[in-house]
Design a protein around this ligand. Sequence first.
Ligand code: PLP
Length: 364
Amino acid sequence: MDKKLLTPGPLTTSLSTKEAMLHDWGSRDKKFIDLNHSIRESLVKLIDGENHYQCVPMQGSGTFAVESMISSLTSKDSKILILINGAYGHRMKKMCHYLNRKCIDYEVPEDKTHDLNEIEKIIDSNKDLTHVFIVYCETTSGILNPINKIANLVERKNISLFIDAMSAFGALPLSCKKIKFDAVAASSNKCLEGVPGVGFILVKNSLIRNAKGNCHSLSLDLYDQWQAMEKNKQWRFTPPTHVLAAFNQALIEHQKEGGIEGRYHRYSNNCKIICDGMKDIGFKQLLPDELQAPIIITFMQPKNFDFNNFYDALSEKDFLIYPGKLTVADTFRIGCIGNLNEQDMHNTITAIKDVVKKLPTINY
Ligand SMILES: *Cc1c(COP(=O)(O)O)cnc(C)c1O
């Protein structure tokens, strides 16, 4: 029995997803080539992007996919506005610096979303802006950024929108028919409940076709990866075969659950059980309900609270939580995604109640 991972990924996967890794696959063999193709098609379908978007997988963790998207789909002539309210927005800014891409940013605190009027002002006073980058669910806090409204504004200004949807993809809506974006990056091991090791970029046809020569790096070059995969449906370099086999199985289970809607429903229910249960114990949630995405929840650390003791005691009961990542306050996080159900959430709360009783009296 594995411990339950109440984390944003890697997370708890189903037995059948793990079992999909019990085989060895020839990377040039038809069976694997078909599996790879099926994954790419399923991912395009999840954004209703048939005929308009290409799916290009990229080996590595999610960060590799984001860096591949930025380096390959922008150029030295681009000027990017990054909307920051957490660590992953900061990470995109850092990438732009590494990649020598001109960028400005608009940062708000980790528990706030961006002001749309302010975004509009920044766009209007920077006529040379070509791109806006946004994180869908900022996993730092678990905040849900208003992607719809931002996409509408950015479209109206005729600017290209790139989304880091790493911790949202597969659980929060992202139909390209409703949300106008040019590229999105995500990975196998968050809401799609695969194992870690591969990310992917969904990009508009016209954009990837014109992306030749942008990337400074061979291994991260999305255009080259796409070209090679289009030519013979194979990977340029050694593919993460087992990870892809598990991903394929995870995608089948995602569809069986009712796709994005089904998953959203289970995660929302999980989230509510955790939030209600923690509140009942006395913990304070960082975000108001309307800003809370049903992905990962940040709780304030009470004053006389020893996180390491709390973590170890919960781990002994087979529940793994996540430390906080806020710069402004001491917090910890509980994820509600992965192959976990209502009962797992109730068991988590029961375990926390039990642990808290044994710790020195907590001053909530
Ligand atoms: C997890 C995550 C990433 C990528 O992280 P990796 O550790 O490289 O997989 C990027 N952005 C967001 C919003 C994330 O949640």
